[in-house]
Design a protein around this ligand. Structure first.
Ligand code: ATR
Length: 275
């Protein structure tokens, strides 16, 4: 029987996941559909019950449900447990719902697809201390990157995050700007740069040294002001398209056991976004 998968969020119309997973199902001759569903905050529990009842085989979870969905699942894997956030739900043959989080490992995979292990063995600066920073921080640490330093507008949030990741530390934005040459990898995880409402940079990257890998998890615009400035200093830059594609690929693998073509998809999405 044809299977179906989904993504739930609010808003959901802008999601590129349906087109990405639809393409991968086709390319891999998997008989399945992937349907976006708009789920407002106050209907999350009913939505999970509905997905379960209607035989959905798995779904992605996006803003604002990543943490709120946890009580409605049967268990979490280690990634979701660490991050206290879920972006992928897998329905096991016995009907139980397992939550995982592929955002952080998606970032590390995309980094390695582009730059191999060039950034390994160097101190890492993570800009931001929200959900995305937590996922990426845990994934980098568990993949042997670091030591990791967090910097954030609100220092207390960076301090709290750093206590959960062994060997990590914090700097104020000003301190981080003044010591950028110490880092071999800089990862921008805040929402600053994403839109006109949030234009600008969370930190001035003028001090990065040539050859530093500088990543921004934003993919629309393809080149944020932060990345543009870092590139002008001779940094090796990477936008967020690869992370988006790899978090999806890891979900796809969880559901189907198949590794989809991520390079072709990264190209396709970059072209769609005007690159
Ligand atoms: P996400 O899950 O996308 O990480 P989040 O948990 O709301 O979202 O975290 C947003 C991050 O962007 C935080 O690091 C936040 O900084 P604060 O902790 O100080 O709020 C950062 N951020 C958002 N708007 C910002 C702005 N205008 N200037 C600087 N940092 C900002």
């Amino acid at each position: 029987m044809k299977k179906w998968y989904s993504v739930i969020g609010d808003p959901i119309a802008q999601s590129m996941s349906p087109s990405m997973h639809g393409t991968w199902f086709e390319e891999n001759e998997v008989n399945a559909s992937y349907i976006p569903i708009h789920v407002p905050v106050d209907q999350l529990e009913q939505a999970v019950t509905g997905l379960r009842t209607l035989g959905c085989s798995g779904w992605n979870v996006t803003v604002p449900h990543k943490t709120a969905i946890i009580p409605f699942l049967d268990r979490l894997d280690q990634s979701a447990e660490h991050m206290q956030a879920v972006n992928t739900v897998h329905v096991l043959p016995d009907g139980s719902l397992v939550g995982s989080n592929t955002d952080g490992s998606g970032f590390v995979r995309s980094l390695e697809e582009v730059y191999g292990d060039r950034a390994k063995g160097n101190p890492v600066l993570v800009v931001g201390a929200g959900g995305a920073a937590r996922g990426i921080g845990h994934a980098l640490h568990s993949m042997g990157y670091g030591p990791i330093t967090f910097t954030n507008r609100t220092m207390e949030k960076a301090e709290k995050l750093a206590t959960g990741i062994p060997g990590s530390s914090v700097l104020s934005i000003q301190e981080a700007e003044a010591s950028l040459t110490d880092f071999g990898l800089v990862v921008q995880t805040t929402s600053v740069g994403m839109s006109f409402a949030l234009e600008g940079m969370p930190l001035d990257p003028s001090g990065v040294k040539q050859g530093t890998v500088v990543a921004d998890i934003i993919y629309n615009p393809l080149e944020t002001e932060f990345l543009k400035h870092a590139k002008e200093q001779g940094a090796l830059t990477m936008n967020g398209v690869g992370m988006f594609v790899h978090q999806g690929a890891l979900a796809f693998e969880t559901w189907t056991g198949i590794q989809p073509d991520t390079e072709k998809m990264t190209q396709k999405i970059t072209t769609t976004l005007g690159g």
